[in-house]
Design a binder for this molecule. Structure first.
Ligand code: GRF
Length: 206
């Protein structure tokens, strides 16, 4: 008791199953953190419901209320600074964050992407993987830098791609792995177990 909890913000746009995985691991006391706020840029995102169901503060930030991308990003910065979060987890957040945002939270933003980066960054990575004909794909948790899905890699998990797969079956197989590695990556940060040297992220020994 009394020790300060590691505070997360989770940014979402959709169904929020990765958010749910983080919530579950926190509730099961596997992940030693708390979610201070869930922010969505999509009003109907089911992720907001998940936050409410677990008594977590949630906020819809409407891009249309801001004159430009910079103003929207600044509103997001203000909201997150007010919460004094230790880490920002992008979990299906479908907006590219600008330089000002990245610089405001240097080294404190992570993302999960459903491919084995650097293969298939950007939109529809599962479709890209199927079209390319790879035999394995997977997911990646990485630090966020100014590029698209280009920051230093923290954890990855591999899944096979079957001849019978379509986008839906492959996405489902990958998503299961996402729910495993995202909370694990966050816990590594909670425990301050990561060292980042240029592109390379290594785990400190116990
Ligand atoms: C996941 O596949 C994630 O990797 C990608 O968007 C999807 C979000 O799913 N960035 P959910 O909203 O967490 O269920």
């Amino acid at each position: 008791m009394g020790s300060k909890k590691f505070k997360l913000a989770v940014l979402v746009s959709g169904q929020g199953t990765n958010l749910q995985a983080l919530i579950d691991q926190i509730e099961q006391e596997v992940l030693a953190a708390e979610i201070s706020i869930v922010i969505s840029n999509v009003k109907e995102a089911f992720a907001l419901e998940r936050a409410k169901n677990h008594g977590i503060k949630s906020h819809f930030l409407d891009r249309k209320s801001y004159s430009g991308k910079a103003e929207f990003d600044q509103a997001l910065i203000d909201l997150l600074q007010a919460e004094a979060v230790d880490l920002i987890c992008l979990a299906g957040f479908m907006r590219i964050l600008g330089k000002a945002f990245i610089n405001s939270f240097a080294g404190k933003i992570i993302n999960i992407h459903p491919s084995l980066l650097p293969a298939f960054p950007g939109l529809h990575p599962q479709r890209q993987a199927l079209e390319h004909g790879v035999k394995f794909s997977g997911c990646t948790v990485h630090f966020v830098d100014e590029g698209v899905d280009s920051g230093p890699i923290i954890l990855q998990s591999v899944v096979p791609v079957y001849d019978s797969d379509d986008e839906e079956t492959l996405s489902r197989r990958i998503l299961e792995q996402e729910h495993d590695i995202y909370p694990r990556a966050v816990q590594l940060l909670v425990e301050d177990r990561l060292t980042v040297s240029e592109r390379k992220v290594t785990q400190k020994k116990n």
